[in-house]
Write a protein that binds this ligand. Sequence first.
Ligand code: ADP
Ligand code: MG
Length: 245
Amino acid sequence: MTKPVIEVESLAKSFGDNHVLKDITEKVEPGQVIVVIGPSGGGKSTFLRCLNLLETPTSGKVAFEGQDLTSLDSKSVDSLREKMGMVFQSFNLFPNMTVLENIKLAPMKVKGVADAEATKTAHELLQRVGLEDHAEAFPASLSGGQAQRVAIARALAMNPEVMLFDEPTSALDPEMVGEVLNVMQELAQEGMTMVVVTHEMGFAKEVADRVWFMADGYIQENNTPDEFFNHPQTERAKDFLSKII
Ligand code: ADP
Ligand code: MG
């Protein structure tokens, strides 16, 4: 049996009296694509941020490849965090660096990869996301869809074991959503383990292995996309789906 990539046990997270995550126990297996959906304010971003300890859980456990992150010192957490790539709604590219420099920065600074190797990898990644002609461009000259594809390439440059996406297409003009989802779909087909928070139900139906429906601090349903969309079990999910479809 292979180890789960991520294991969450009785995870809870509160901000003061706001009990955002109440009790979450789930696993992500190698190569799985999990799509997390649910109402706004339901704790999806908080959950993703707990997976790589950008937020400290109030209680419960988060394990990465069998190692309990909540019991590690900050240096060990940093080195495990490098194995989790994260892509946000806002691309967060460094505006004063070229696309190539953006992608090379973390591998060189954090991992000590040599310049020539980092450059070679960055070019390969740019080719993979369809932006090899934009290596010397600055972020301000890119469209939103291009910038998000650079952000994905930059996360991949650290050679992560898992990619976490938090609404990667929500800030994009509609005509640019497809180009980003296509890159993500290819990544999934290549076997990348992914946890994706998105409102793109088409992506969930086509690409997800499992849909986790999150609301009111719990994963209310964990099912195949087919079962979830055609036979939602809870009133909460039925209500949510009736509003978005
Ligand atoms: P979602 O991503 O599903 O929209 P979030 O995880 O962003 O939900 O937010 C869930 C709840 O947690 C919201 O009520 C939000 O205001 C609160 N919250 C999120 N981050 C913080 C924070 N850093 N400090 C205080 N409250 C927060
Ligand atoms: Mg969010």
